[in-house]
Design a protein around this ligand. Structure first.
Ligand SMILES: O=c1ccn([C@@H]2O[C@H](COP(=O)(O)OP(=O)(O)O[C@H]3O[C@H](CO)[C@@H](O)[C@H](O)[C@H]3O)[C@@H](O)[C@H]2O)c(=O)[nH]1
Ligand SMILES: [Mn+2]
Length: 326
């Protein structure tokens, strides 16, 4: 119980009251400012089919990774696959993966993604599958394209062919998962050993997340601009997984990079990584448009890149600097 009524206490109470009133007024002002943009919302609709194929600009997609424990490599691999399989001209799309942990694990996982993309990307094109993230596509709960894929969702060829191809691609995806698991186990074994005892000459293994050399590797080169059809199920007695004789099998370019990091220097987290990515992409592909995804944010709609371009190329959109997707 407050019993004292001295002048000091009175002024303290008054002071606290003033502070709380000022706080309330401040929040009221913030709330009103927050309402202003909501009073006249700008609604834009995209017409992806109206895009002129030959006018599509080049696009560089940046994926940032930083920590192989918090961000499992399988997640990053799925993000990369969803980008490479997006519906966009293969010769105009380049995916850049930035690895701030400078880990051999991330590097090898990106190489695995590149290998699997050779099957995944043509499969997605052939059967118009959605979503183009294999983990989401094959997961039992997937609303579209999962195990419960409905006939009505299907836009490609005959249903039995999809079922057969799907089974085969799924088997390959399971193998990919096992290989990524093995890479992870090897990475763990290596980290448990002392770094000094490992003099195997690999520059990767000498670095740590905070202190490592820089590297840029062109994992998949930019393909030619003419569609390249695959081969049918059996060619010269060799049996292929899928009949790709009427499918464009080109895969967009993929670049792995890790910027140099040294102990005691400020690296500015994601912003620093984005800066390094911009510099590398300026030299390699220099696309006029950049898309940024965190390694755990995959492209969940194959038309998303085209939708973004619609906003950017629209005459009325000349004042648009960036588009953020939900
Ligand atoms: O040194 C770093 C630290 C982070 N990252 C990457 O930056 C992204 C975001 O980092 P995270 O720790 O996952 O932050 P979140 O809070 O999950 O992400 C949200 O908040 C971030 C900072 O506000 C934004 O950059 C992200 O786009 C947004 O999704 C991830 O891809 C990280 O791999 C780096 O590349 N280098
Ligand atoms: Mn995150």
């Amino acid at each position: 119980m407050i019993s004292s009524t001295g002048t000091d206490d009175k002024s303290t109470v008054l002071g606290m009251w003033m502070v709380s009133i000022a706080g309330e007024l401040w929040f009221a002002l913030m709330w009103m400012l927050d309402q202003l943009p909501k009073m006249q919302p700008v609604r834009r609709t995209v017409f992806v089919s109206a895009l002129d194929e030959s006018m599509l600009p080049a696009m560089d997609v940046f994926v940032t990774t930083a920590d192989t424990e918090k961000e499992p490599p399988l997640v990053t691999v799925n993000t990369i696959l969803s980008i490479l399989a997006a519906d966009y001209p293969a010769e105009k799309l380049t995916c850049y993966v930035s690895d701030d942990s400078g880990a051999l694990l991330t590097h090898d996982a990106v190489a695995e993604a590149a290998r699997f993309a050779g099957l995944w990307v043509p499969f997605c094109r052939k059967h118009a599958v959605e979503p183009r993230n294999p983990e989401a596509y094959f997961s039992p709960g997937a609303s579209n394209g999962g195990v419960k894929a409905r006939r009505g969702d299907y836009k490609g060829r005959a249903w039995p062919e999809l079922a057969r191809d799907r089974r085969r691609v799924r088997r390959e995806y399971e193998e990919l998962r096992l290989r990524i698991d093995a890479l992870q186990a090897e990475d763990l074994r290596w980290r448990q050993r002392s770094t000094t005892s490992l003099a195997d000459g690999s520059c990767w293994r000498r670095g740590t997340a905070e202190d490592h050399a820089g590297a840029v590797e062109l994992v998949l080169d930019t393909p030619g601009s003419t569609p390249q059809l695959g081969v049918s199920t059996t060619v010269g007695g060799v049996s292929n997984l899928l009949d790709l004789s009427s499918v464009d099998v080109r895969v967009p370019a993929l670049v792995y990079m890790c910027r140099e990091k040294r102990r005691g220097r400020v690296h500015h987290g994601k912003a620093g990584a984005m800066n390094a990515l911009l510099r590398a992409s300026a030299v390699l592909s220099n696309a006029p448009f950049i898309v940024n995804l965190d390694c755990d944010h995959y492209v969940n709609n194959s038309q998303a890149l085209r939708a973004g371009v619609c906003h950017m190329l629209d005459g009325e959109g000349s004042d648009v600097a960036f588009v953020q997707f939900p």
